[in-house]
Design a binder for this molecule. Structure first.
Ligand code: FAD
Length: 421
């Protein structure tokens, strides 16, 4: 769960004319107000709160059924930077006194103005503050505004370490999202969550500040297990991982996990086995020393990783770990594409093409699992197209057969993607 920019929150509260420390909660309007005697009864007040939560559950308003400050609401509850919904524009129009401004807001919100909403509003992508500043006669009351604004959504990050190696920490990698809006003029923006993470991590990145001197930030998190994006059941299965940028994060976790499980087989450590149970994608396999068949299964399958970044000195994430995995025999092949080191930009799919025959033979002969993680807008599609053309060329398949092969692997959980845009 992330937080909005404190400066934006302060300026928005000022524009709304409400003090940041003002405490409030919202009641559903169709309930009769409590009498003074009822208000004095703790039991009645509790009952009313329960009724309110039930009545409002599932709605944005439900979030405001408990007392909070304006600062908390604007910082942690509502999304004040995403594209405003049409329903919000209609609410704003209700509280806009200047006719031309009201008309413009209603135009964007109605079906006839859909094209302008799609073209102008989406290119503009105004924050709530920018919207209110553009329509200066708009003065919505807090109790009407807040339930109309979308809720701030949680952001997801792949866990990049194995709980077997370190059960008390979660590691993850993020890149700060920066983008430009182009209407009415160009403006630079940063992603809500990643700029917040950048702010709270800033102290740790300054070399002059000892870690102990920093007040650790509190971050609310929840764990959402991936449905399909998990290691194969057996350590002896072979895997191909394709994860440029922060897409490499889960693969560092995968490799750590396979390494720890393999070591635990060698050590037969009960403690590791216990910690591993049900905690992570992939399983601990109890090996019976007396059973030669089982012992045979306890070897580490080959694994290939395609990683991509701009240059080795700029953003080669987890370099030490990845090279260490190669050195320790956990990763059989590490291929890194640098897009800014030479005149020709090199991406993961270029390296896959270079390896063409060897890669396809490896996948087909070992029934390898294929994983793709990272940017879903361009990379995942390019990688999939490359896989199809390599299957055509080196697997001697017609295009339809290659596409069907990927579909078949997908159905069996052997071709898995975890991508976002
Ligand atoms: C299953 C899953 C796993 C993920 N794992 C990771 C991970 O390990 N590491 C990681 O860094 N991210 C990961 N993400 C993405 C992450 O959840 C956020 O979406 C991302 O960090 C941006 O969040 P933000 O709040 O900073 O940006 P937002 O405030 O949500 O972005 C604001 C706006 O920026 C625009 N925008 C966003 N990204 C771009 C872009 N690249 N270029 C141009 N415009 C853009 C969009 O219009 C968006 O509405 C994962 C997502 C999913 C679904």
């Amino acid at each position: 769960m992330c937080e909005n920019d404190p400066d934006l929150v302060s300026r928005l509260a000022k524009r709304l004319g409400v003090p940041l420390n003002f405490r409030f909660y919202l009641e559903a309007t169709d309930m009769a107000p409590l009498s003074t005697a009822e208000m004095l009864s703790k039991k009645m007040r509790r009952m009313r709160m329960r009724e309110l939560r039930r009545a409002q559950s599932g709605s944005t308003a439900a979030k405001f059924a408990r007392a909070m400050t304006v600062k908390e609401a604007l910082t942690r509850v509502v999304d004040i930077t995403s594209l405003p919904r049409k329903s919000l524009l209609r609410v704003l129009a209700e509280y806009t006194t200047e006719p031309a401004e009201r008309h413009k807001l209603l135009w964007y919100a109605c079906s006839k103005g859909s094209e302008d909403y799609d073209v102008e509003m989406k290119a503009w992508n105004p924050t709530l503050l920018e919207l209110l500043e553009t329509f200066p006669s708009c003065h919505p009351p807090l109790e009407r505004l807040l339930p109309a604004v979308s809720l701030l959504s949680p952001r997801y990050y792949s866990i990049s370490n194995s709980p077997v190696l370190d059960p008390s920490h979660l590691h993850f990698a993020f890149s700060v999202v920066e983008y430009e809006t182009v209407y009415p003029t160009t403006a630079k923006r940063k992603g809500v969550c990643t700029s917040w993470l950048e702010r709270i991590a800033a102290g740790y990145l300054r070399s002059d500040t000892p870690f102990e001197a920093i007040q650790p930030p509190v971050v609310d998190i929840f764990i959402s297990p991936a449905a399909d994006f998990r290691l194969p059941d057996s350590l002896s299965d072979s895997i191909v991982m394709i994860g440029p940028g922060t897409g490499v994060a889960p693969f560092r976790g995968f490799l750590q996990h396979r390494q720890q499980l393999y070591l635990s087989h060698l050590r037969k450590s009960d403690e590791v086995a216990e910690r591993c149970k049900g905690m992570y994608q992939g399983h601990y396999i109890e090996i019976d020393d007396e059973d030669p068949d089982e012992l045979e299964g306890a070897y580490l399958g080959d694994s290939w990783l395609y990683f991509g970044c701009r240059s080795r000195n700029q953003d080669y994430l987890y370099r030490e770990d990845l090279e260490g995995f190669v050195h320790e025999g956990v990763l059989s092949t590490l291929r890194v594409a640098f897009s800014r080191e030479t005149d020709k930009k090199v991406y993961v799919q270029d390296l896959m093409r270079e390896d063409g025959e060897e890669l396809i033979n490896f996948v087909l002969e070992n029934d390898a699992y294929i994983y793709i993680c990272g940017d879903g807008a361009a990379m995942a599609k390019d990688v999939e197209d490359t896989l199809i053309s390599l299957l055509e060329e080196h697997g001697k398949m017609a295009k339809e057969k290659a596409v069907a092969k990927l579909r078949e692997w997908k159905n069996y959980g052997r071709y898995v993607k975890d991508v976002w845009s």
